[in-house]
Design a protein around this ligand. Structure first.
Ligand SMILES: [Zn+2]
Length: 267
């Protein structure tokens, strides 16, 4: 696990086991904001210790879950008395899918896990104006995906909406996803923190992600140019996950043609 100071009041925790995952802390005037909680109470011990050692143990804790995939909220139980902020669909997903995620990803558990959903939900935005911290709905990677901007330091936390080399898709929501990514380009930021990538200071990856989504939507992907990792994620995660939804949509014929084309790459 690595830590890095960002701007005037931020601290980035980058966990490396079982895979790179970022948790970000904003030390506000009256609040300490913890963005995502990773894989269980053990993984959040270092976060607690750091808040104490910085002298912030008496401030109000505000936890944020960027979305309800297990690796972003399993550590909520380490912050029992805190305000836990999340989109209303994030709360629903944790209630509906939490138990199944525990069974499915048991070997990723780091310490005790209590499945605690957000206790302060929002639909569009939720602002802590005096602190210059704003949470907003940004559906894409999942329908509940939300982001946070620290307006003072220009730090944008985007959960798993931005990912290299291409994002993980879970729905046929290309246009909605593209709109969320384009909204990031309109914001004033110096740093972007994505769930599973190193700290970003440029918009290249956002633009590459938009390009993939547009070309996928229009069935104009150039598979020849794909790296092994990109092809694997496109075929083994994205196509498999959204195949049924595509088959029920007007993408059906284009999908069937695409799958035929892909056979030469997979064989
Ligand atoms: Zn994730």
């Amino acid at each position: 696990m690595k830590t890095e100071r960002i701007g005037s009041r931020g601290l980035l925790f980058s966990f490396e086991d079982p895979y790179l995952t970022n948790v970000y802390i904003i030390f506000g005037k009256e609040h300490v904001f913890v963005l995502d909680t990773f894989l269980g109470n053990d993984s959040m011990k270092a976060v607690h210790q750091l808040i104490d050692s910085e002298g912030y143990e008496d401030k109000q804790l505000v936890i944020f879950n960027s979305h309800a995939d297990y690796d972003h909220y399993w550590g909520n139980g380490a912050f029992k008395d805190a305000t836990i902020v999340g989109h209303e669909h994030c709360k629903e997903r944790i209630v509906d899918e939490g138990e199944a995620s525990l069974a499915k990803y048991a070997d990723h558990q780091r310490g005790e896990i209590e499945l605690i959903p957000p206790n302060r939900t929002f639909k569009e935005t939720l602002s802590f104006e005096a602190e210059g911290v704003k949470f907003f709905h940004s559906p894409g990677h999942t329908l509940d995906s939300s982001s946070c901007i620290d307006e003072r330091d220009g730090v944008l936390f985007v959960g798993d909406n931005v990912e290299s080399p291409i994002p993980y898709l879970n729905h046929v929501n290309f246009d909605q996803y593209i709109r969320s990514l384009e909204s990031y380009l309109e914001l004033d930021w110096k740093y972007i923190i994505a769930g599973h990538d190193p700290l970003l200071e440029k918009s290249d990856l956002i633009k590459q992600n938009i390009d993939y989504l547009r070309k996928f939507r229009d069935w104009s992907l150039n598979i020849d140019s794909f790296s092994v990792t990109k092809l694997h994620r496109h075929v083994e995660h994205n196509l498999k996950t959204i195949k049924d939804e595509l088959m029920r949509s007007n993408h059906k014929h284009a999908l069937m043609k695409h799958l035929e084309e892909l056979e030469k790459y997979i064989a």
